[in-house]
Write a protein that binds this ligand. Structure first.
Ligand code: AMP
Length: 435
């Protein structure tokens, strides 16, 4: 199937062609025709499947005919995080470049004045996080009576973040004569109930098994003691051909501590978590996308769905507490046909979480012994046959020369009985796992 077969407008096709997409992804091939027929749709798809374009492309065409009234947006896309909302707005920008559609992004942390000004002008597409939308609604700056298309994206994540009551409130403010599209990576009972309540005879479209890791990601696990985590990470970073990477911590506090430690070691690392000012988050993400930062140390919420292609590695500094998060984390690499490598450090305390992950991914890890050569194929017991794509060594992440040399020497020193025995202090910051 081609994009032409989908009957998109010439303007939208032109924008898609310029983006370089050759053919629709499976979710696009399934969802676009249903959306064009004004059906409600439940899309079971993870990020990385092309799901954003599966709703933005038909929405652009559907909205191209009309005109929005002051303060009365014609469509609404709800996103759980500011970053995801910004990414969806960018998608509308790119695919809608040959249409005259007004867009507005309503997210916390940005100036409300600017957002209100846009609303006054009338918007065709409103992309919002639930909290900020309700805030502006309650202040009387926005009316939801004219919404014809509602998208609830990342519904399972909205639930994890406690947004379901907000969503219910928002939906109750929108007229029932609308088209509703709901996307979710998984379908827990609460989300199923939500679809039954808010969608009318929806067409269900799904791609890949829910919450299964991409086949293009090789997964590795290494056992560590909590105090060895930083040095182990350092060792792995030096052994692997890391072009750029997400490093996940469970706690925001540790995100800052680990980023600081890595910077101290000479790595180009920055933290990203929800307690940072929005302008700083946007700036950090842009730097990572522009290759100015190699290592993004982050929390799950901040990194959810962030679309950066060509990320070579994901490191789980902490074992995530829910197995779905593991799948989401490692899905940051191995995207868009590239291969990726995902490492996880586990301690004795993580047994329970680790076994939940192994159950979900239906694989048992075979821990890597860092004293041995790192395997170049998956170390799990049912290896995924993924061709190894050589990443560019000249662009690989390495700390500054001097530090690297000193550390490499230590690592290569046959007389050193324990490669971790130069454990670093944390200064005044005691990571929570040591408390
Ligand atoms: P998403 O699942 O929406 O986060 O999209 C994941 C990535 O796939 C994004 O980088 C998109 O730009 C890209 N993408 C979306 N549709 C296509 C397509 N038809 N062909 C190739 N890449 C695509």
């Amino acid at each position: 199937m081609t994009f032409e077969d989908l009957g998109l407008s010439p303007e939208t096709l032109k924008a898609v062609n310029e983006r370089g997409y050759k053919e629709p992804t499976p979710i696009q091939a399934k969802a676009i025709p249903a959306i064009q027929m004004t059906r409600d749709v439940v899309g079971l798809a993870q990020t990385g499947t092309g799901k954003t374009a599966s709703f933005t492309l038909p929405m652009i065409d559907a909205l191209s005919g009309g005109r929005a009234k002051m303060r009365m947006p014609r469509s609404l896309v709800l996103e759980p995080t500011r970053e995801l909302a910004a990414q969806v707005a960018e998608n509308f920008e790119v695919y809608g470049k040959y249409h005259k559609l007004n867009k507005a992004l309503l997210v916390g942390g940005e100036s409300m004045g600017e957002q209100m000004k846009l609303l006054e002008q009338g918007v065709d597409v409103l992309i919002a996080t639930p909290g900020r939308l309700l805030d502006l609604f309650e202040r009387g700056h926005i009316l939801l009576n004219d919404i014809k298309i509602l998208v609830i994206d990342e519904a399972d994540r909205m639930m994890d973040m406690g947004f379901i009551p907000d969503i219910e409130k928002i939906v109750s403010l929108i007229p029932p004569m609308r088209q509703t599209l709901l996307f979710s990576a998984t379908m827990p009972p609460e989300i199923k109930k939500l679809t039954e309540k808010f969608l009318s005879n929806p067409k269900e479209v799904s791609v890949a098994a829910a919450a299964s890791p991409a086949e293009t990601v090789e997964q590795f696990l290494v056992h560590v003691s909590p105090k060895d985590k930083n040095n182990t990470l350092d060792i792995i970073l030096k052994r692997e051909d890391v072009r750029n990477a997400f490093i996940f911590c469970n706690r925001k506090k540790d995100v800052d501590i680990v980023a600081k430690w890595l910077k101290g070691k000479g790595y180009e690392a920055e933290p990203l978590h929800g307690d940072m000012a929005q302008s700083k988050r946007t700036e950090t993400l842009q730097k990572f996308k522009d290759d100015k930062i190699k290592l993004l140390v982050c929390s799950d919420v901040a990194a959810r769905g962030i679309d950066v292609n060509n990320v070579s590695h994901v490191f789980n500094y902490d074992v995530p507490m829910t197995p779905d998060d593991y799948v989401h984390r490692i899905g940051r690499t191995g995207r868009a046909g590239n291969t990726g490598r995902a490492w996880m450090m586990t301690t004795a305390r993580d047994e329970k979480f680790l076994s939940a992950i192994q159950q979900l991914i239906k694989k048992e890890f075979d821990p890597v012994d860092l004293k041995q050569k790192t395997p170049s194929s998956s170390s799990s017991k049912s290896p995924q046959k993924t061709p190894e794509k050589k990443t560019q060594t000249d662009k690989a992440v390495k700390p500054s020369k001097v530090k690297e040399k000193a550390s490499q020497k230590k690592y290569n020193d046959p007389n050193s009985s324990n490669e971790y025995d130069d454990a670093q202090g944390f200064g005044d910051d005691i990571p929570s796992f040591l408390k």
